[in-house]
Write a protein that binds this ligand. Structure first.
Ligand SMILES: Cc1cc2nc3c(=O)[nH]c(=O)nc-3n(C[C@H](O)[C@H](O)[C@H](O)COP(=O)(O)OP(=O)(O)OC[C@H]3O[C@@H](n4cnc5c(N)ncnc54)[C@H](O)[C@@H]3O)c2cc1C
Length: 634
């Protein structure tokens, strides 16, 4: 029997028109993962939220399956982390093959202090159902199924939504509307807005199959496998023996013919049969025993709105931006949007901050999209090179990576990591340029409370502000309390938790004293922080400010101004590259050569002249050695 997830159906809602002269505080359009995460974040801050969803069930089929450590953290803040973790499969790394030879084995960072796995796999449908269950359990959220928004009137003080309901057309009036209606966003169309950016050439068939096998939960990629020459095949395990298989179509393939069930079955059969021949412990009978559960078609996009806020209409998730799936940043980036938008919009709706705070959301998250594109873009050039030049260099890199490990970093999938806000208006400038820098996402770490209870830096503060003091002495306490009180005054809806990381100061009733779970000063060391320093963390886990307790307390006015969305963006400390100078040089050579190959009409001539020039510079001995090596390299 198939174990494939079948979403629960809901009855279409009867939505009442909003009576003349009144309006709802916030309406979220779209009950996808991002819309629902925003609804939960607003409701947790005491707001009444109405959600309008066109469909009568969560999505069906395969979309996001890889949920990042940071998204698990967001899920914990929103109250559905435990249910998600119970269901999902954790994993830490993966392997890539060129033909049948392994060319990359990677591990995502997973140190002993980590509280959550770097990645888990679960189908987006199941994740959405878990979030729906959490939303339905919250009395402040009213979720209407089968209620598509079909018309929009946007004013500077409210938004009118025309909604098709089970009882006929209705008009809903809202002070604020969150457009979380997905990549094809009807609200974006209705508002006359267009996404800007790039669409990639490569086309992928994606399929979910039910198949019992012992392969581990990891990311497996085959470039040009013997089972599907010229193609790229990706495999991921999901719960209940469901496997996601993605494979690339060649430019000359007819998409219509290739997306028939017959063609998809033939391709997958070949791949599984080949795996049975090559993977120990697999036999042909088991390889043949699988069922096709769902299939679809995918093309990568890197597109975004220029601005995510238009009067009272705020775009988020795929409605605001799209990223290629390679590197798994779509839903994971959408959760970052939701985490930031929730506290910002709650503050604006409650009148604790002016609408300019929403501009900070728009700028920060646009910058987050740019960071995601920079990473996902490079993965995409490897996974689906969009031109002959990039395909030539990609194949050359794969060939080199077999025997030259130094080239392997270029085919690393650059899996999703949380984005930073170092240049945001919400970041207090600092002279700090190493260790933990304001604007960075605070990495969670396991700690022990004074009572010996296991916890973590983020779990202690929940969804509010965190004031973390490193080894404070008693004389630091007045300044630490002043910072805490300033934050509480600025945004009264947010809790403020003060955490003393060791030190000799005695915690008062509202404070938590902790030590590193590993027993050493791991946290202070990881932050590069000296005793007496304080790190202030925003509700979405980004570092707002860092410095000596007295200095931060003295900067209280500026802190409050920034939390109101006023103040100039800071220059932002550049993020140091994680590449060594040699890796950086190799990356630049790859990109420049690919562009040059695309720019010339005679590649062979270009490559011959290039080799003559560079060979002369390197010297004949070096050239002969390299040639001798490469002639034997595929
Ligand atoms: C093949 C594929 C694989 C992917 N893999 C990953 C991955 O591994 N990791 C990852 O992070 N991301 C991945 N993504 C991206 C991820 O699926 C999206 O980023 C995510 O769904 C965005 O969520 P959202 O809530 O913004 O939009 P959606 O999930 O699209 O939700 C939008 C909701 O709005 C509703 N709606 C639409 N129009 C209206 C209307 N007029 N009125 C009311 N409601 C409306 C829709 O019915 C839907 O429920 C993948 C995407 C694809 C296509």
């Amino acid at each position: 029997m198939s174990t494939y997830y079948q979403p629960r159906r809901y009855a279409p809602s009867v939505v009442d028109s909003t009576p003349e002269g009144s309006s709802l505080p916030v309406v979220v359009v779209g009950a996808g993962p991002v819309g629902l995460a925003v609804a939960l974040g607003l409701a947790a801050r005491g707001l009444e939220v109405t959600v309008l969803e066109a469909d009568t069930a969560v999505s069906f089929g395969s979309r996001a399956i890889c949920i990042s450590r940071h998204s698990l953290e967001v899920a914990d803040r929103l109250g559905f982390g435990e249910a998600l973790t119970r269901r999902a499969l954790p994993w830490v790394g993966g392997r890539s093959f060129y033909g049948d030879r392994e060319v990359l084995r990677f591990q995502m960072p997973h140190d002993a202090h980590a509280v959550r796995p770097p990645m888990v796999n679960v189908s987006q449908s199941e994740l959405e159902q878990i979030i729906v269950d959490a939303a339905e359990a919250d009395p402040r959220i009213t979720l209407h199924w089968g209620a598509p928004v079909t018309g929009l009137e946007s004013y500077d003080d409210q938004v009118l939504l025309h909604v098709d309901t089970a009882a006929g057309p209705r008009t809903v009036r809202a002070d604020w509307v969150v457009a979380a209606d997905g990549g094809r966003s009807p609200l974006r169309e209705l508002a006359g807005l267009r996404l800007q950016g790039t669409s990639y050439e490569g086309r992928y068939v994606i399929a979910d199959i039910c198949w019992q096998c012992d392969l581990p939960t990891e990311r497996m990629v085959w470039f040009d496998p013997p089972s599907n020459p010229g193609s790229t095949v990706i495999m991921h395990r999901q719960p209940d023996d469901i496997w996601r298989i993605d494979y690339q179509l060649a430019p000359e393939d007819d998409a219509e013919a290739e997306t028939t069930e017959e063609a998809i079955r033939a391709r997958i059969t070949k791949h599984l049969a080949w795996l049975a021949d090559t993977v120990p412990g697999h036999d042909a009978a088991a390889a043949a025993d699988w069922t096709l559960e769902w299939h679809g078609f995918y093309k990568a996009h890197a597109l975004a709105l220029d601005d995510f806020v238009h009067d009272r209409l705020v775009f988020t998730g795929d409605a605001a931006h799209l990223v290629p799936i390679f590197g798994v940043r779509g839903l994971n980036g959408g959760f970052e949007d939701a985490d930031t938008l929730s506290w910002i919009l709650a503050a604006v709706v409650a009148g604790d901050a002016g609408p300019e705070l929403l501009d900070a959301y728009a700028r920060e998250r646009h910058a987050g999209w740019e960071q995601n594109i920079a990473n996902a873009g490079k993965s995409t050039l490897i996974m689906t090179p969009g031109s002959d030049g990039y395909r030539t260099t990609r194949d050359a890199l794969l060939g080199l990576a077999v025997d030259h490990p130094e080239f392997r970093h270029l085919i690393d999938p650059r899996q999703s990591s949380a984005t930073h806000a170092r240049s945001s208006v919400l970041t207090l400038a600092t002279a700090q340029d190493d260790g933990l820098v304001p604007g960075d996402p605070l990495e969670d770490r396991a700690v022990l409370t004074a009572a010996g209870k296991e916890s973590s830096l983020h779990d202690l503060r929940g969804a509010g502000f965190g004031v973390y003091a490193v080894a404070p002495v008693p004389a630091d306490l007045p300044a630490i309390h002043a910072i805490r009180d300033r934050l509480a005054d600025a945004l009264p809806r947010e809790h403020v938790t003060t955490v003393l990381l060791g030190g000799t100061a005695v915690a008062d009733a509202g404070e938590v004293l902790v030590t590193d779970a590993e027993g050493a000063d791991g946290t202070a060391e990881a932050w590069g922080a000296a005793p007496g320093e304080v790190v202030v963390v925003r509700p979405d886990g980004l570092v707002l400010a860092r410095g000596r307790a007295a200095a931060l307390s003295a900067a209280g006015d500026e802190l409050a101004e920034r939390l109101a969305g006023r103040g100039e963006p800071v220059a932002g400390v550049p993020v140091p590259t994680t590449l060594t100078p040699e890796q950086d040089a190799r990356e630049q050579v790859w990109l420049s050569l690919s562009d040059a190959l695309d720019a010339t009409e005679d590649r062979q001539d270009l490559l011959a002249r290039l080799a003559l020039v560079l060979g002369t510079e390197a010297g004949p001995e070096r050239l002969r050695t390299v040639l001798a090596d490469l002639v034997g390299t595929r």
